[in-house]
Design a binder for this molecule. Structure first.
Ligand SMILES: [Cu+2]
Length: 203
């Protein structure tokens, strides 16, 4: 079941990345009856995850966030991409992202990026269920949503990549806070550290 952004719990770690096929024959109506204009119709990725669409049809298509009735949302748009080509987009915040093909508006799909609490994120990181990068991206989305308020500031745009390494003590604290062995304040020292290091941005 799909609920609006933030309602889906991060109970098991969603895959970092996902692939979607634009199958042959989708340039004529019919695939919408079985939700098979994009396969799979629905993909779930974690915050920071990347979805790659491959055009396995002979016709050109688009992957356009939004819906035929409301129009493009502006979240992402491949513009026309041709047979054999791919298009990728990285999802940096939680939410539910419907999309369609601008040329063939019966073609619909959806990307779900589950929301989570600070503690769920800490528990997943403590258990190494998510990568250092996913942890940072997750923290940043919680800061951006006003769910975390660091006590220090960094107004510079962070320059991080998927290979970023977070100090082990922060991962240990995440696991210990998850288990109730240390206080929330201990965990948030790690968040402040990451802001001071320029890894997280606040405000
Ligand atoms: Cu199309």
């Amino acid at each position: 079941m799909i609920e609006s952004g933030g309602a889906v719990k991060l109970e098991t770690p969603p895959p970092v990345n996902a692939s979607v096929s634009v199958p042959a024959g989708t340039s004529v109506p019919g695939c919408e009856e079985t939700n098979s204009c994009f396969i799979p119709f629905e993909v779930i990725v974690g915050v920071g995850g990347e979805v790659t669409w491959s055009n396995d049809d002979t016709a050109a298509h688009t992957v356009t966030a939004g819906s035929p009735t409301d129009g493009p949302s502006g979240e992402f748009d491949s513009s026309l991409f041709f047979a054999g080509a791919t298009f990728s987009h990285t999802f940096e915040s939680a939410g539910t992202f419907p999309y369609f093909c601008f040329v063939h508006p019966w073609m619909n799909g959806i990307v779900v990026v589950p929301g989570f609490t600070v503690k769920e994120l800490a528990c997943d990181f403590g258990d190494s269920l998510i990568t250092d990068y996913q942890f940072v991206i997750g923290l940043q989305s919680l800061i951006d949503n006003g769910e975390i308020t660091p006590s220090v500031t960094n107004s510079q745009e962070p320059n991080i990549d998927s290979a970023i390494q977070i100090p082990e003590w922060i991962q240990n604290n995440s696991g210990w806070w998850c288990e109730g062995a240390i206080s929330e304040n201990n965990f948030f020292q790690g968040v402040d550290f990451l802001v001071n290091e320029g890894i997280l941005k606040f405000p």
